[in-house]
Design a protein around this ligand. Structure first.
Ligand code: COI
Length: 439
């Protein structure tokens, strides 16, 4: 997109938004837009400074005041670069897409966050870091509706974008969002642990948001227990009461003592979504049988990675509307016809507006409640991952795929149509992979 066009495009989106906010005020001048876009260009020209899990752990160990201030300034200067890349991506969308409900809202949020970070003064003391942490928390809250809003906007735009462009754009937006939230949450958790002098508990050691001896079986058991508590979502889907007919048992086998270093909220989001799908499909497929077959979660600890296979007898994935299991990751209606379903669009609209209106108490923010997190076992993985839970919004699988691949893992679905599905998750366990490149 040319300079001149990008500038007038930005001016028209901003003018539209300005007139929405204040009908009596003058429109911003072209000079202001030119200046703002020049700033954006300067930041967008910088490369993201990608980190590995291991770097995050090493830096966060034995925290002191000097390191914490360094961490604050890294977040302060790195986030506007990553946001600038995404603003450029949004500006490159066709006008008909960016004016869709949801996409324009995200553009405004990102533009405002970019300006706030760019102007934020250097952090030099612990008191200033406290104020910076409050600022970070407020932005994290403000951005709560980003995923349903984007997903809604892109679903409505699906007819205007080729599937590869749409999926590529969504992937970059989502990977980059995860990365920004990881940096912000890690810094908040490090600040909290230094501020309260709280050490991580020996039975659940962690550095910031990274748990250094994460027990995979414990996480699976926790997700099963949480899903039992959230049975209404699945009953809604199945159309009858699961507990009356019995729940499919989840058998965990393989290397059940496996522990590794990972971001717990990411791991548990993935496991929770995959088990939710497996339980729902099994319930549906066996709705008229007298017994329900179990789901098997097999853990394998390899030399470089940790694997989990989740096998169900839910009948498999392919249907007249989904040709290949990998199409379930797609946001395009051409690959995944369910993307334009009215019930899904309605659910996305409500998740998107609920996100905007949600009170602070409603938004459980990961690791800002770090200590209680360690002690409690009943937090909801969807909320913890910064995604408001909502049945039928169809984001569980694509988001699990993005969480899995963020540090170089893989997620594969193998459907044995007419019988069931095997899902293979592989997560690197050495922590040496850098974050995904789309930052
Ligand atoms: C997001 O949640 O979309 C963000 O970009 C948050 C980040 C600015 C802290």
């Amino acid at each position: 997109m040319s300079w001149r066009f990008r500038n007038s495009w930005h001016a028209s989106v901003c003018a539209r938004n300005l007139s929405r906010h204040s009908s009596s005020q003058a429109q911003p001048s072209a000079a202001l837009h030119f200046y703002q876009n020049r700033q954006l260009e300067l930041y967008a020209a910088k490369e993201a400074n990608r980190l590995s899990l291991r770097q995050l752990v090493f830096f966060g160990r034995s925290m002191d005041e000097e390191k914490l201030i360094k961490s604050a300034n890294y977040v302060r200067t790195e986030l506007p670069v990553r946001i600038a890349h995404r603003l450029r991506d949004l500006q490159a969308l066709p006008y008909v897409v960016v004016t869709q409900e949801g996409v324009a809202q995200v553009y405004e949020l990102y533009w405002s966050a970019f300006e706030k970070f760019r102007r934020y003064p250097q952090v030099t003391t612990l008191e200033e870091n406290e104020a910076f942490c409050e600022f970070l928390e407020s932005i994290l809250d403000e951005h709560a509706p980003v995923i349903p809003s984007l997903s809604l906007g892109l679903s409505l735009s699906s007819p205007h974008l080729p599937p590869d462009s749409l999926d590529g754009f969504m992937r970059r937006m989502l990977v980059s969002r995860i990365s920004r939230r990881v940096l912000a949450e890690h810094h908040l958790a490090l600040s909290k642990s230094l501020g309260t002098n709280s050490l991580s508990l020996p039975e659940d050691p962690h550095v910031g948001i990274i748990y250094t001896a994460l027990n995979l079986k414990h996480s699976i058991d926790k997700c099963v227990a949480l899903l039992h508590g959230r049975s209404y979502d699945m009953e809604d889907e199945i159309g009858e009461s699961m507990p009356n007919r019995g729940w499919p048992e989840v058998i965990v086998d393989g290397h059940i003592d496996t522990k590794f270093s990972y971001i717990r909220e990411h791991l548990e989001y993935i496991i929770f979504e995959l088990l939710k799908n497996a339980i729902t499909a099994t319930g549906l497929n066996h709705r008229s049988s007298s017994s329900i077959p179990p789901i098997r979660a097999t853990i394998v600890a390899g030399e470089n990675d940790v694997g989990v296979r989740i096998s169900d007898q839910g009948g498999g994935l392919s249907s007249a509307r989904i040709k290949s299991p990998s199409d379930l990751f797609s946001f395009s209606h051409i690959r995944n016809a369910t993307r334009m379903d009215d019930t899904r669009l309605g659910a996305l609209r409500s998740a998107s507006s609920r996100g905007v209106k949600a009170t602070v108490a409603e938004q459980i923010r990961p690791l800002r409640t770090e200590q209680s997190n360690v002690n409690s076992n009943n937090k909801d993985p969807e909320r913890e991952a910064g995604i408001a839970p909502h049945p039928r919004i169809g984001l569980g699988l694509p988001m699990s795929n993005i969480f899995t691949t963020y540090f170089g893992g893989t997620l594969e679905l193998v459907s044995l149509d007419g019988w069931g599905t095997d899902v293979y998750v592989r997560l690197p366990k050495l922590g040496t992979n850098l974050e995904g490149i789309e930052l």
